[in-house]
Design a protein around this ligand. Structure first.
Ligand code: DX5
Ligand code: ZN
Length: 218
């Protein structure tokens, strides 16, 4: 499949959120990536439901919501109501991961599971057949603009094998430090979805940068 690009709203201009949402609508981007941080699971607080709803009002593409929060079960319905199409929770934040994944799917959303840089890929072996997406964190979650962790390539290779061996349909998403220098190598390694925050929003021409990240035949 052709890879997907999901610009991360975390790096957008919150005082001009509608402008940035419309830029993404009119670009070659595929999804909106929306980071929710609670100041407990990660050392940062991003934004909550009113902002997600405000984005949804203008967004014309799927909303890929990444929860970096403890006890996400409490909020699944709220994120559905706020407009999430894909809801990703962290394996490190879920005691009953299987139950949480089923609850997300029962609410009519796609279910993703994110793994931190220290979490082994094989910890997904008993859930991989049930999920729609794996988000490999290629930075320690909490902030945009951090540098990419090179071990991510090994994790992509391991995850590809696991997905094939379990006949899973899960997409491989890479989140953190994706830039114009590493995106081709990530796609070659097997990534299906690239999240990009800083690379898109700190560039002079955001629409063109998204087009560059979508460039064919990487
Ligand atoms: C990191 C977030 C990312 C972040 C990526 O905790 O999950 O989605 O926005 O930002 P960049 O692309 O700037 O590393
Ligand atoms: Zn994210």
């Amino acid at each position: 499949m052709k890879h997907l690009i999901a610009p991360s709203i975390l790096s957008a201009d919150f005082a001009n959120i509608q402008r940035d949402v419309e830029m993404i609508n009119n670009s070659l981007a595929d999804w909106f990536h929306i980071d929710i941080m609670d100041g407990v699971f990660v050392p940062n607080i991003s934004f909550g439901f009113p902002v997600v709803k405000a984005i949804k009002k203008h967004a014309k593409k799927p909303m890929d919501v990444h929860l970096m929060i403890v006890d996400p079960d409490r909020y699944l319905q709220h994120f559905k109501d706020a407009g999430a199409d894909i809801l990703t929770i962290h394996i490190e934040a879920c005691t009953h991961l299987h139950r949480t994944v089923q609850a997300i799917k029962n609410l009519g959303m796609k279910a993703g599971v994110a793994i931190n840089p220290h979490t082994p890929v094989n910890s997904l072996s008993e859930i991989i057949a049930d999920i729609d997406l794996v988000c490999i964190m290629s930075v320690n979650p909490g902030f945009g603009g951090q540098s990419f962790i090179e071990n991510t390539y090994n994790k992509i290779a391991q995850l590809k094998q696991l997905i094939e061996s379990k006949n899973s349909k899960a997409l491989i998403e890479i989140d953190g430090g994706v830039d114009l220098k590493n995106y081709k190598k990530l796609i070659d390694a097997g990534a299906n979805v690239l999240v990009a925050g800083n690379t898109v929003f700190s560039s002079a021409n955001t629409t063109q940068t998204i087009a560059d990240l979508k460039a064919p035949n990487p």
